[in-house]
Design a protein around this ligand. Structure first.
Ligand code: SAM
Length: 165
């Protein structure tokens, strides 16, 4: 059941610290068919509807070369989420889990990620399939899907140890 800001039985909210450790630039906006969290899929599907990643200047210049990749990783800011629930009950049954053991949108830093299929590019707009966010969700980042990359060299035991300079 999708939450709309209520606190359920077994859940725990905390007072977040004042201030922030970092700031972000929204690089654009995501356009999807969904205007309510109740109707938005819990996870995107590569055969889902085509959505648009609309990049704003000057960040659209960063799309140079992106047409080489059939799949992308998209990061977005789940802007309608509350951020204070450390224990959550996805089933609304009194059973709670910690936020970091869930893919819930309700997180201290409500960052969502999806692997999407690149359908086409028109100027500063990427048409993609595989999203699960509301229309108007702020866009944080776009990268080639990490599974498209081979490691440069096989890791060797003893290559690196924590504490090495
Ligand atoms: N795929 C992402 C992930 O795993 O990081 C997000 C998964 S999250 C379970 C997807 C849900 O977040 C949607 O079903 C919807 O209820 C909610 N959601 C989508 N867009 C949102 C937004 N802009 N603000 C708050 N909640 C949102």
């Amino acid at each position: 059941m999708v939450r709309l800001n209520e606190i359920r039985r077994g859940e725990r909210a905390v007072d977040p610290p004042e201030g922030f450790d970092a700031s972000l630039h929204f690089i654009g906006c995501i356009r999807t068919p969904w205007t309510s969290r109740l109707e938005t899929p819990r996870q995107g599907r590569l055969d889902g509807p085509t959505c648009r990643l609309e990049l704003e200047a000057p960040w659209d210049e960063g799309l140079l070369g992106i047409e080489e990749f059939e799949r992308l990783e998209v990061l977005y800011w789940l802007h309608e989420s509350r951020r204070d629930l450390v224990h959550q009950s996805p089933g609304n049954d009194g059973e709670a889990r910690g936020v970091f053991s869930l893919r819930t949108p309700v997180r201290p830093n409500p960052i969502g990620t999806s692997i999407v299929q690149l359908v086409k590019i028109e100027g500063p707009v990427l048409f993609v399939r595989g999203l699960d966010c509301l229309d108007g969700t702020p866009l944080l980042d776009v990268k080639p899907d990490r599974t498209l990359f081979e490691p440069l060299a096989p890791a060797q035991a003893g290559d690196f140890q924590v504490g090495d300079p």
